[in-house]
Design a protein around this ligand. Structure first.
Ligand code: 3PG
Ligand code: MG
Length: 400
């Protein structure tokens, strides 16, 4: 594939100070990184820079310290995990981003192939303001810029946007893999394409649904948001989570789907309970006859069969959001069964499958199939904005 963005192979890395924008915004508990997936995905790029005797200078935000130096959000906490996973010693460089002269010296004095992490870019208010002055300060620390932080690419911040315009810039291997996977998912997918969208609320995914119906052949709607659609069609949803004020929005999306030739697949049966609690008693209802006192907490077996049928007809599946309250048994059953079916077809070479978004990744991990999809994005907001068809500033800044 000839990329529209510059890749690592197109940059001269030899002996260079390489500013590598990473997303080190990883979950931490009790001082330890609890999910290092985002760090693991940086390893090929780090190795490539080291192989060329470059110096790796990792640049990232961490949490939301709102433009102030706040030790609670120091990136020092991830340094040992980066060192363990890359097998390189990692130097942590504290800075308030106003004066980087100490950082410049530390990088200058280090031997070729050294790896550094700079302090949280969000310790300076210029980061979120996409301030060119701050970007110039950042640029003084490197010779070239590489971005491997797709999950931060929806932010037009100094380290993701302005900086990319000041130095020779390229996508790292992780960013490249992500962009190629997304291109295969919705950009130039092998048709038919089925999108599976779940999660609690329609309100957070209106733009996403409106964009998808114009792009895909089938749209499976599950999770709490399906209840809003069932309600809009005149079905009772009992005490289920539903945004009844969004009935018109739901109908508009369904109309747009008809105009675009996209089949919407809604649940036809549901697992209902009377308590929002793990292992509470359940009963199966047809979607037309939900108990007025009950709550829909998962899709039922007939819905699962229908969705599997749609997947069997597809060459590409894009997935965001669980089908039910998957954090609690037995309401994980629908999500798990659909995830395993997608994984199975993918492994058999019959399907390209791309999934992303925080809950989705945990759901796939829970189903034991996280490594069996074609690509699983570690991005949350950026993945959603991509599914919405919005331009991503951090990606656009890398365009040729
Ligand atoms: C993420 O974790 O989704 C990214 O790192 C972006 O973080 P943000 O939502 O704080 O900008
Ligand atoms: Mg976020």
């Amino acid at each position: 594939m000839s990329a529209t963005f510059k890749t690592l192979d197109e940059l001269d890395l030899t002996g260079k100070r390489v500013l590598l924008r990473a997303d080190l915004n990883v979950p931490v508990a009790d001082g330890k990184v609890t999910d290092a997936t985002r760090i693991e995905r940086l390893i090929p790029t780090i190795r490539e820079i080291v192989r060329h005797d470059g110096k790796v200078i990792l640049l990232s935000h961490f949490g939301r310290p709102k433009g102030k130096v706040d030790p609670e959000f120091s990136l020092e906490i991830v340094a040992s995990t980066v060192a363990d996973l890359t097998g390189h010693p990692v130097g942590f460089i504290p800075t308030d981003w106003a004066d980087v002269s100490g950082a410049i010296r530390a990088i200058e004095d280090a031997p070729a192939g050294s790896v550094f992490i700079l302090e949280n870019t969000r310790f300076h208010p210029g980061e979120e303001a996409n301030d060119v002055e701050l970007a110039r300060i950042m640029a003084s620390l490197g010779d070239v810029y590489v971005n491997d932080a797709f999950s931060a690419a929806h932010r037009a911040h100094a380290s993701t946007e302005a900086l990319a315009r000041l130095l020779p810039a390229a996508a790292g291997f992780a960013m490249q893999a992500e962009l190629e996977a997304l291109e295969a998912g919705l950009g130039k997918p092998k048709k038919p394409v089925v999108a599976i969208v779940g999660g609690a609320k329609v309100s957070s995914k209106i733009d996403l649904l409106e964009n998808l119906v114009t792009k895909v052949d089938g749209l499976v709607i599950g999770g709490g948001m399906a209840n809003t659609f069932l309600h809009a069609q005149g079905f009772g949803v009992g005490k289920s989570l539903a945004e009844k004020d969004l009935a018109e929005t739901a109908l508009r999306i369904m109309d747009k789907a008809i105009d675009s030739g996209c089949a919407i697949i809604l649940p036809i049966d549901a697992v209902v309970s009377w308590h929002f609690k793990a292992n509470s008693p359940t009963r199966l209802y047809s979607a037309e006859a939900i108990d007025p006192e009950g709550m829909i907490l998962d899709i039922g077996p007939s819905s699962i069969e229908r969705i599997k049928g749609a997947i069997d007809d597809a060459h590409t599946v894009v997935w965001n959001g669980p089908m039910g309250a998957f954090e609690m048994t037995p309401f994980d059953a629908g999500t798990v069964e659909i995830a395993r079916h997608v994984a199975h077809r993918t492994k058999a070479g019959l399907l390209t499958s791309v999934a992303g978004g925080g809950d989705t990744v945990s759901a796939l991990a829970h189903a034991g199939v996280k490594d069996d999809f074609t690509y699983v994005s570690t991005a949350g907001g950026a993945f959603l904005e991509w599914m919405e068809g919005k331009p991503l500033p951090g990606v656009n800044a890398l365009k040729k």
